[in-house]
Design a protein around this ligand. Structure first.
Ligand code: FE2
Length: 405
């Protein structure tokens, strides 16, 4: 509207100036019509000037309103952020790039016993640590990488009680991507950890009960599952596998023969030699075990290990579904531990092999029965655990070759 008004105004001004010049140069007398036209044009000009000024007035008022609203809303946002920061039920500290505390909230003062006056402006590791940057500090990692980092550790709270905390360091970035400061959120996870430990304990109790149930049906095996677990976990630790894989190995070892629950006792405990048909029934236990466990979602890895624990590296095992490194890692480890435990334990129908004989049997299965890398890790695990085994392991390749001649 203002643009149109200004345009009309300019056109009228131009016509008036042109008319004035015309009368000045030609010396013509102004007629009544021309005088009326000029008066009318000036009225239009005044009207348009009035409209323009009203438009400007509203624009200025709008601008003022917008600026004051923005100021008000930013004040409200700051108040809201302060309120969240202070009242959130987890401890929070804002830490600068040089590890100085910018701000801490009420929950952190309650957790640590420090005050805002004592903490703000000090290095965080001096207020909350022992004067040096904590090992595995998530804030340090967040400052270095600009990414969120987490950590969990034991701490001592203000009442000198040991608590388990979870720290999350969230970097707040500038426009150029550099870290302006880090928000470190600390959660007291003591109760959660206690409940988790209780759950884990109950779960392992249940697994142990299942293992006992399996072994109670099979008079030959005794405490075979516990022995397999010890060896398999030892191999896993020797291989530096992550904790969750070690846990899967432990549970899989305890439950690897769970499928034997589905095998008739007359076959399972038959004193004499099994017929071909009976052995075929026994060979179904990995699949029965798998079918039992696969319905329990958290045990899906365990179910896979159970299914493949009798597979051989050369593909001649059973159920005969996988070969080589296609066989899941946990199942390949179980295979080594299962055989070694079985041949070094007394059975009703035979005595245990000597350590030397057992190591020769294991060595002879390299690349056929067993994954060679896992077998090497198994020998390393035994060497560290047992001095006699250490000496024998060094001699086994020579003895094995001499026996072949
Ligand atoms: Fe088995």
């Amino acid at each position: 509207m203002n643009f149109l008004s200004i345009t009309i105004l300019l056109i009228i001004f131009s016509i008036n100036i042109a008319m004035t010049f015309f009368y000045y140069w030609t010396g013509a007398n102004l007629t009544g019509f021309h005088i009326l036209a000029q008066i009318f044009s000036y009225l239009v000009v005044f009207y348009l000037l009035y409209r323009i000024s009203i438009g400007f007035k509203y624009r200025i008022l709008n601008l003022y309103d917008r600026l004051s609203n923005e100021k008000k809303s930013s004040r409200e946002q700051r108040k809201l952020a302060d309120s969240i920061f202070q009242d959130i039920p987890c401890a929070v500290a804002a830490i600068t790039a040089d590890f100085k505390i910018m701000d801490i909230n009420r929950a952190l003062t309650e957790l640590t016993g420090t005050t805002m006056q004592k903490a703000v402006g000090q290095k965080c590791y001096c207020v909350f640590g022992n004067g040096e940057i904590c090992p595995d500090c998530p804030t340090q990692k967040a400052l270095q990488t600009g990414q969120v980092h987490r950590n969990a550790k034991l701490e001592i709270n203000r009442h000198d009680t040991e608590i388990f905390i979870e720290q999350t360091a969230i970097p707040i970035l500038r426009d150029d991507g550099s870290v302006k400061y880090v928000l470190e959120i600390v959660l007291d996870a003591t109760e959660k950890t206690r409940l988790q430990k209780e759950n884990d304990h109950m779960f392992m109790e249940m697994v142990n009960s299942f293992a006992q149930l399996i072994e109670s049906r099979d008079v030959y095996t005794g405490e075979h599952s516990t022995g397999v677990k010890e060896i398999a976990v030892g191999i896993g630790r020797q291989m530096n596998l992550p904790l969750h894989t070690i846990n899967t190995i432990a549970v899989s070892a305890m439950l690897h023969d769970i499928g034997k629950i589905g095998i008739p006792e007359s076959i399972l405990n038959k004193p004499g030699k099994l017929t071909e048909q009976e052995f075929a029934v026994i060979k179904r236990h990995p699949e029965i075990g798998y079918e039992t466990l696969k319905k329990i979602k958290p045990l899906s890895d365990v179910a896979d290990a159970v299914l493949y624990h009798h597979e051989r590296y050369d593909g001649l095992g059973y159920p005969g579904l996988k070969t080589g490194t296609d066989i899941p890692l946990v199942a390949r480890i179980l295979c080594v531990a299962d055989v070694f435990e079985a041949i070094t334990s007394d059975r009703v129908y035979r005595n245990a092999l000597s350590l030397e004989e057992a190591l020769l049997v294991m060595y002879s299965g390299k690349n056929t029965y067993f994954d060679p890398e896992i077998l090497t890790e198994f020998f390393n695990y035994l060497s560290i655990k047992n001095e006699e085994a250490k000496m024998l392991v060094q001699m086994i390749p020579i003895k094995y070759r001499s026996r072949l001649k």
